[in-house]
Structure formats: C-alpha cells, structure tokens
Design a binder for this molecule. Structure first.
Ligand code: SF4
Length: 367
C-alpha cells in the first residue's frame, strides 16, 4: 500500500537520556512503553509467569513483580528467565533484595528512597553491581512513602517535596557515575502529580516513568490516569507509563495502550467510531457498538470501524472509516472505504461488520 505520513502528535518528545530495561529501551527516541505489575504472589512462580504471559499478550512491554521477602527473592531467577518481557523487581524496604534481584537476572530494580532508610549509604555498591550486570534502576518516589525528612520539611507530600526527594536520590547515583535510571514521582492526586512531573522535567534529562498512584477502581482510575498522562504526554513529558487500577493488571495495560494510541504515541489498532445515539437513532447503538467491539477484540491491524445510529452523521462517518454501518429503517448500510457494499437487515449488521473486518484485516496483513 501507499506509505502513510506519520500520525500527528501534540508535541515533540522531551529529550531524555535513553536507558535499557532488558530488551526494552526507555527514554530518548524509544517508543513510550507500557508497564504493569503482577498481582500473584511472587513465590507462586507458575501463576506469576501465567499472568506475565497474559500481560504480554495484551500489550505490556515491561512487568514489575513485588519482592517483599526472601522467598520472593528466591523466585526471581525463574521468573526473570522465563518471562517474555523484561522483569523489574519492586523493592521497598531491604537493600539486600536489590542485590538478589540483580543476581537473579532481573532487567531492572525499583527502589523507593522513602522506604529504604539504609539505602543512602549503599548507593555506591548498588550502582556498581547494577552497572556491572547491565541492570537499570527506577527511583520510585511515592507520596504515601515520602522520606521523613521531606515530610517534616513540607508538612505533606507536595509536588515540591516529591521532586526534592527524587532529585536528591538521583544525585546520589550520579555521584557514583551511575546514570541508568529513570524516575517516578507518583501521587494519587492528578493535579499534584502533573505538577511534580513538570517540575522534575525541568531539573534534568532523566527518563520519566509516569503514574498516578492508588488511582482507584477501573472507572475513576482510568480517568485520573488518562487526564494526568494526557496533560504530560501532550507536552512531551513521559517515557514509560503505568496505569494503576484496583482491577486486573491486564486492564491497566489496555488502558495504558489506549491512552498512547489516543495521542498517536503508539500506532492505533482497532478504533470504534460509534455515535452516542440520540432521539434519532433507529437501532440500539450501545448494543451494536459493544457487540462489534467484542467481536473484533485483539485486532492487530489499524482499523476504524464506524457504528452509527442513523443517517444524519452516519454515512459521513461510515465513509471516513475503513468500515462502517449507518442504520435506518431496520436496515444497515455497510460501507467499506467509502462505498456502500451492501444493505443488510438489522439482525445481520454485527456479523456482517465482523466478517468484513476480518476480510480487510487479512488484506492489510498481507501488505
Ligand atoms: Fe443521533 Fe444519528 Fe448522530 Fe447517532 S448518528 S448521535 S443517532 S444523529
């Protein structure tokens, strides 16, 4: 087919240093990656690997696993070796697990400066071992576990406090000539979070890991993350993202990918252009859109499918899409690349759209 122009974006990416998280580059000109975290006990190696496989299949680029105990640390080598995507060990309290994770072959280690009190005097050794092993680090500052010193200074985890903590920890690593780290400054309030990342972006060229922490159940968490990430990504800030939801991690990955696709920061795949329906609708648009979405889930090619309730905007949108239906009088006009290819009774709209989508996808795949 014709080479298509690159999709427009809202802002050029901020220039950050590129680091490696195993086989995935983060920062610089690397695509913005999507992360999630397993919810299985890390000690249950099979269940954890199973979840990592599901996350990989849903479009996760990097996965984090919690490592709160020695038993978890002992599970890391098998998980790191067998996972399809790079594994980051999440360490909060014990520097000894940082060394265990490096030894286990993890691609990265997340440390929380607020939680690792003994951390500051061990930076030199952590930096050395991480560098020797080619392991990168995330300095993961979190409002809920801010360093006591800063909590006392600022009274609460303000954006300034988060940034001061991050910059301080970054300087400790830099003093030892270690630069393979990214930073996050997470807060559950999107406004504070956005402010913190904006300020942090001004302070250095570190690659940034975006996250709204404890964002809530799926609906609220999706919106908090989308608005906060949108505000930052639309200004070029952010190199890797993690959507935190009180929901299965596969959902986090789907939301993360959808945010990136919405901003053209990742190639769009399936896109359903469906109308909200209104008093003019002549079919049940909700059901139709839902059934089409379900029927086409997992589509790997960029396909715009328009599902429109009536003939007002219907034919126009349906024509702009690769495929579409405009409904009226109990029938659906099926459009492919702007042409009506057939008119089917309402009961056959869904199956016809799915059939045509599969056919087009196959043609696209052959390109
Ligand atoms: Fe209403 Fe028709 Fe527009 Fe859908 S396409 S919102 S039914 S006017």
């Amino acid at each position: 087919g014709m080479p298509s122009a690159p999709a427009p974006v809202l802002a050029p990416r901020r220039k950050t240093r590129k680091i490696k998280v195993g086989k995935v580059d983060v920062g610089g000109d690397a695509p913005i990656s999507v992360q999630s975290m397993t919810t299985t006990p890390t000690t249950d190696i099979n269940a954890t690997l199973q979840q990592i496989a599901e996350l990989t299949a849903s479009g996760c680029d990097i996965v984090r696993v919690a490592c709160p105990s020695q038993d978890d640390a002992e599970a890391l080598p098998a998980i790191a070796r067998k996972a399809q995507i790079p594994v980051i060990a999440d360490i909060h309290f014990q520097p000894k697990y940082v060394y265990a994770a490096i030894e286990a072959g993890c691609a990265g280690v997340r440390v929380n400066p607020g939680n690792i009190r003994k951390f500051d005097d061990q930076v030199k050794q952590i930096a050395k071992e991480a560098k020797d092993a080619g392991v990168s680090i995330r300095i993961g500052v979190n409002a809920g576990s801010l360093d006591k010193r800063l909590l006392e200074k600022y009274g609460k985890p303000t954006a300034e406090a988060l940034v001061e903590s991050a910059v301080w920890e970054a300087s400790l690593f830099e003093e030892h000539d270690f630069h393979d780290f990214k930073i996050s400054v997470k807060h559950n309030d999107p406004v504070v979070m956005v402010r913190a990342y904006e300020m942090l972006a001004e302070r250095g060229d570190w690659p940034l890991h975006l996250g709204v922490t404890e964002a809530g159940p799926a609906f609220q968490g999706t919106i908090k993350s989308a608005t906060a990430f949108g505000a930052l990504l639309s200004r070029g800030i952010g190199d890797t993202i993690r959507v935190s939801l009180s929901a299965p991690p596969v959902e986090e990955v789907k939301v993360g990918n959808q945010i990136l696709q919405s901003l053209n920061l990742k190639p769009r795949k399936l896109e359903i252009v469906s109308c909200p329906s209104c008093g003019r609708a002549q079919v049940d648009v909700y059901t139709l859109a839902e059934q089409v979405t379900k029927g086409l889930e997992g589509m790997e090619v960029p396909l715009r499918v328009a599902v429109m309730g009536c003939v007002v905007n219907g034919p126009g949108e349906a024509r702009e899409a690769d495929l579409g239906v405009a409904s009226g009088n109990g029938k659906g006009q099926i459009f492919v690349k702007g042409e009506v290819i057939k008119t089917v009774p309402e009961s056959q709209i869904v199956e016809t759209l799915i059939e045509e989508a599969m056919r087009i996808a196959e043609e696209m795949g052959e390109d």
